[in-house]
Structures are given as structure tokens and as C-alpha cells.
Design a protein around this ligand. Structure first.
Ligand code: GN1
Ligand code: MG
Length: 341
């Protein structure tokens, strides 16, 4: 890898002696640039942070400081690799106008699909245990790292705005997709219904399955990662994004439309994991809202992928022009399957 502009300042800020040969791109998140720093027996994750998506890094630091202060890491059954403070005590380091952060590397397997209901169960348990670990912290202490991140009403409006502003011709497949998503008003109403009834909790808010690290033999969960979206939310968000990414027979980038189905055994395993951990702690209504979460999170991702396609692919990393359109189509097929359950 060629000389990286950030190496010297990062070495200074964290008192390291990293060399360019020890750095390589890592993972397949859609948002940040992630590198593994591998010095043999010492490893870290370094991220060049996406400031287009996360416009308020100080809010993330605020939230992470709460976690560092108020969550007993030793009591958690997995690791929470929060950023390592630099020499000045800051969780982010500014280099040439870009934000970077360093965090501990946790070994294990990061997957886009789980192989069995048992793995689904382990994932659900881990994310539910994460909510539990923060249940004593008032949700109002957290700041919104992305305002309205899971606000279905807002995302619906943003889809409408994208539709009005788009340079694309809205016809054929695109028109059908737009039609389908604009018809999801009922889910938006249901979102507003639950909002009146459920308590806010500290949630992870991005529980897609590759934001978790399993042990190499899949016997347990080693870490919950991607901690930027931790903020106040509803329990069903975290259950819902698991349904979207675990209880589906195809991944979110698949174009095998006919094969996109709900995997019922994995779905039940997710429910079991949340029930076991939440029993007696989450309210009755929170438990009842879980199935809505699967539909709602699939729908919101459909809104967002489609809006991004209409906006000219400015948000998600894509590998070909129509990828966001196809992701929106994929989520539509899954949403229909969830609605038919
Ligand atoms: C993004 O960063 P990553 O890939 O874990 C997105 C999530 C979406 C997901 C869809 C901050 O997550 O909301 O569910 O892509 N994160 C942000 O793959 O927008
Ligand atoms: Mg990720």
C-alpha cells in the first residue's frame, strides 16, 4: 500500500509505530473506510470516518463517553470495542481535516448471512443483552448521531422529496418500486402508533448481522461492533434489523428475487433470543412490537435505498449503478414476505 497521509500523525497521537505495510483495508461496511493494522501480535482497527453521513462526530463521542463511563465492560458477555482515547484524551483524531479513530481489534468471524437458527439465536441474545447493559442509563442522555435515523415518517418524506427532485426517469421497474413504497403509509401510521406507547431505550440501531463478531467456531458472540448509531431508540429497531438481515434466505444485495423468503426457523430463533433476555425487563408492549420491527426496518431500508438511487447514489457505497435500486427491490420482496407471514 502506498504511503498513507495519516500514518505519521496517527502514530504521534496514539504513540504507535505503525508502518504502511501493516495496514490493509478491512470489512465491508457501507459507510466508513476501515483498515486493519496488523503488527503480528498487536492488532487494531483504524477508521477514516465518513463525515458526510455522520455530521456530528462530537455527539458520537458524547455517547461513547457515556458507554465508557457507565457500562461495566467486564459484566458484558462480549466485547464492545469503543474507540481508544488519543494522547489528548479525545476519541476522534483530526488529520488534515479528516476524522480518524482507533479501536481494539476483536478476532473472530464477521458474516453477512448466518448458517443456522442457533447462530441467529446467539446474535439476538447478544444485541438484546446490549440493550440490557444500558437499560439503567436514561435514554435522554444520548444525542442523536444521525437526526431522525429511524424515523419512518421522516424517511417517507425524504423518499417523496427524492422523487420530486430526481433527474432519473421514473418509469418501468423504478416506477413500480416507487409505487410500492409510497403505498406503505400503513406502516408509517403503525410507527406513529408505537411511538405513543413504547419507552425509549439505549439501542444499537444498526444491528445488521455483520455488525457482530462471532467466535471462529460460532459457539458464541465475541463482540458487538459499529457503535456510531448507539442512541435512544425502540427495542424493536434492534430486533427488526436482525430480522431483515438474518431471517431472510438471501442477503440484501441479492438479485435472486424468487429466492428471497423469510426463514421461519431463524425468525423464531431471533424471537427466542430477545424473549429470553428481555423477559420481565422489556415491557409487554415492547415484546408485542417486535414483529412490527422486522417489517418496519425492512421498509425503512427500502425507502432509504430507493431515495439514494433517486438522489444519484450519494450515500451508500455501490459497486454498480443500479445497486441501490436492486437493494430497494430486494427489500420490497422481503417486506412482502414478512407481511404475508
Ligand atoms: C449502513 O455501515 P453499515 O454498513 O453497517 C447503514 C445502516 C443500514 C445498512 C444497510 C449509518 O450500515 O443504517 O441498515 O448500511 N448505516 C448508516 O446495509 O446509515
Ligand atoms: Mg457495519
Amino acid at each position: 500500500m502506498q504511503k498513507l497521509f495519516w500514518i505519521d500523525p496517527i502514530n504521534q497521537l496514539y504513540q504507535l509505530q505503525i508502518q504502511a505495510e501493516q495496514v490493509r483495508p478491512f470489512g465491508d461496511g457501507h459507510i466508513h473506510k476501515t483498515y486493519l493494522i496488523d503488527r503480528g501480535n498487536e492488532k487494531w482497527i483504524l477508521q477514516q470516518f465518513n463525515q458526510q453521513v455522520f455530521k456530528y462526530p462530537e455527539r458520537i463521542s458524547h455517547n461513547h463517553k457515556i458507554l465508557l463511563d457507565q457500562i461495566k465492560q467486564e459484566a458484558l458477555p462480549f466485547k464492545l470495542p469503543l474507540p481508544i482515547p488519543n494522547l489528548q484524551g479525545a476519541l476522534f483524531s483530526l488529520v488534515d481535516g479528516y476524522y480518524f479513530r482507533l479501536s481494539p481489534f476483536v478476532a473472530g468471524k464477521c458474516v453477512n448471512e448466518v448458517a443456522s437458527p442457533h447462530q441467529a439465536y446467539l446474535a439476538a441474545k447478544a444485541f438484546a443483552e446490549f440493550i440490557l447493559a444500558g437499560i439503567h442509563i436514561p435514554a435522554s442522555s444520548f444525542q442523536e448521531s444521525i437526526p431522525g435515523f429511524h424515523d419512518l415518517e421522516l424517511r417517507y418524506q425524504q423518499l417523496n422529496q427524492a422523487l420530486h427532485a430526481t433527474d432519473r426517469k421514473v418509469e418501468g421497474e423504478l416506477e413500480a418500486l416507487v409505487g410500492f413504497y409510497l403505498h406503505q403509509r400503513k406502516l408509517v401510521e403503525e410507527y406513529n402508533f408505537w411511538k405513543q406507547r413504547l419507552p425509549l431505550r439505549m439501542t444499537h440501531s444498526d444491528t445488521k448481522i455483520n455488525n457482530l463478531i462471532y467466535a471462529n467456531d460460532f459457539s458464541k458472540v465475541n463482540a458487538v461492533i459499529d457503535l456510531d448509531t448507539i442512541m435512544a431508540g425502540y427495542v424493536y429497531y434492534d430486533f427488526g434489523d436482525l430480522v431483515r438481515t438474518v431471517a431472510c434466505t438471501e442477503g440484501e444485495s441479492s438479485q435472486n428475487w424468487e429466492n428471497i423468503k423469510v426463514d421461519k426457523a431463524k425468525y423464531e430463533a431471533l424471537l427466542q433470543g430477545f424473549r429470553e433476555v428481555g423477559e420481565g425487563i422489556f415491557t409487554e408492549e415492547e415484546m408485542q412490537s417486535l414483529p412490527f420491527g422486522g417489517q418496519m426496518m425492512t421498509c425503512i431500508m427500502g425507502f432509504r435505498f430507493l431515495a439514494d438511487y433517486l438522489n444519484g447514489n450519494v450515500y451508500y457505497t455501490i459497486h454498480y449503478e443500479k445497486q441501490n435500486l436492486h437493494r430497494a427491490k430486494n427489500q420490497m420482496v422481503l417486506l412482502k414476505a414478512l407481511q404475508d407471514m
